[in-house]
Design a binder for this molecule. Structure first.
Ligand SMILES: Nc1ncnc2c1ncn2[C@@H]1O[C@H](COP(=O)(O)OP(=O)(O)OP(=O)(O)O)[C@@H](O)[C@H]1O
Ligand code: SF4
Ligand SMILES: [Mg+2]
Length: 340
């Protein structure tokens, strides 16, 4: 068992058996099922999967920012598990003061489109200073100094003048740097970055990823990095959770995942790396079919209609057990059989 354990330090966030449903006029859509994962200080968890697999819903459920028609129907999201301060975020009021102090306080958020976090109407400095002062108000002058130093930290040239710019006056790359500065304003222990570089050109993407990695290491932040790009995973992640149709189908340290992928879906993702771009619900190069809509979830293993190794009579009737949290593994009968 010891060689499959991924990390033995205490996690700072621990998600267990999380399930999310959305109400639609056509009925209930199950978007997440039995999702378990841990975020550890100083480590990067990469979350990867095709479009519609539930990566963003996982992050949004953890932070209680699901769309209004969505609800958490099972599971827990524990901050500081096993300590006197532990709290279950699923038990908090979604608009309440407690979750708001966690969001943007303990847990910083970085979006694909930085404008999701930034307002057009206020200067970069005003927004940064507000974020700084909400969490630990050092007074206006000190907050401005800190805002300038944050801009400097995220590699924005001439921060003492840029601080008075409006977000729309900045390039996409600079805006994402401001987005990162904003996420760091309250000195969070955890960062959740949802496709932080997808909207950027390749060169800027590499710079932003390098910046994130450096900040994460320097500050020993637990980073959850959501991406559909196996190249980004290879470059950034320590551990990887592969998602398919609202479930984590494989979890492993990054080297192990690339060397010995266990789940047929992970193998397919790895084979199709050069073609894995942002086109929604694009067909993978090496496996037929597209991700089904969660509303028409297949019976049995969710991957069986596309799985080249599906066992008739078994994979189309029974669901393999979820990956046990904290250990490397895959949710697949072939893997279960090999272990037995
Ligand atoms: N408000 C909603 N109402 C109904 N279904 C929703 C809602 N929000 C998300 N979903 C569904 O939940 C599933 C998971 O969506 P999610 O946004 O988490 O995918 P993703 O893995 O982040 O994909 P992408 O790579 O495109 O960002 C999708 O099938 C989506 O249609
Ligand atoms: S359980 Fe069956 S269908 Fe599902 S991934 Fe494994 S072999 Fe394929
Ligand atoms: Mg998403």
């Amino acid at each position: 068992m010891a060689d499959t354990m991924v990390e033995t330090t205490r996690p700072i966030v621990s998600v267990r058996d999380l399930a999310v449903e959305f109400r639609q006029h056509t009925g209930i859509v199950r978007a997440l099922e039995a999702v378990s994962l841990d975020l550890h200080p100083g480590r990067v968890l990469g979350v990867v999967g095709e479009s519609g697999c539930g990566k963003s819903v996982t992050a949004r459920a953890m932070l209680r920012i699901l769309d209004r028609n969505g609800s958490i129907t099972a599971g827990r999201v524990t901050l500081d598990p096993g300590t006197a301060a532990e709290q279950d975020l699923t038990a908090l009021e979604p608009e309440g003061a407690q979750i708001r102090s966690v969001r943007g306080g303990r847990i910083g958020l970085i979006f694909q489109e930085p404008m999701a976090a930034l307002s057009m109407q206020y200067t970069v400095g005003n927004q940064l200073m507000e974020a700084i002062r909400v969490h630990r108000d050092p007074g206006k002058a000190k907050a401005r100094e800190r805002a300038i130093s944050l801009l400097n930290e995220v590699g924005i040239p001439r921060p003492e003048t840029r601080i008075d710019a409006y977000p729309f006056q900045l390039s996409g790359g600079l805006r994402q740097r401001v987005g990162i500065a904003l996420a760091l304003a309250a000195e969070p222990d955890v960062l959740i970055a949802d496709e932080p570089t997808t909207a950027l050109d390749v060169t800027t993407q590499a710079q932003i990823l390098a910046l994130l990695r450096r900040l994460q290491r320097d500050k020993q932040i637990a980073l959850m990095l959501i991406t559909h790009d196996m190249g980004v995973i290879a470059q950034m992640a320590d551990d990887v959770a592969v998602m398919y149709l609202g479930r984590i189908v494989e979890f492993a340290p990054v080297r192990e995942l690339f060397k010995h992928p266990q789940h047929p879906y992970t193998r397919a993702l790895l084979r199709s790396v050069p073609n894995l771009d942002a086109t929604p619900r694009q067909r993978l190069a090496t496996i037929g079919g597209a991700v089904p809509q969660p509303g028409s979830r297949p019976v049995g293993c969710p991957f069986h209609p596309r799985c080249p190794e599906a066992i008739p009579g078994r994979c189309d009737t029974m669901v393999p057990a979820p990956v046990p949290p904290g250990a490397a593994g895959a949710s697949c009968f072939l893997v279960e059989d090999a272990a037995a």
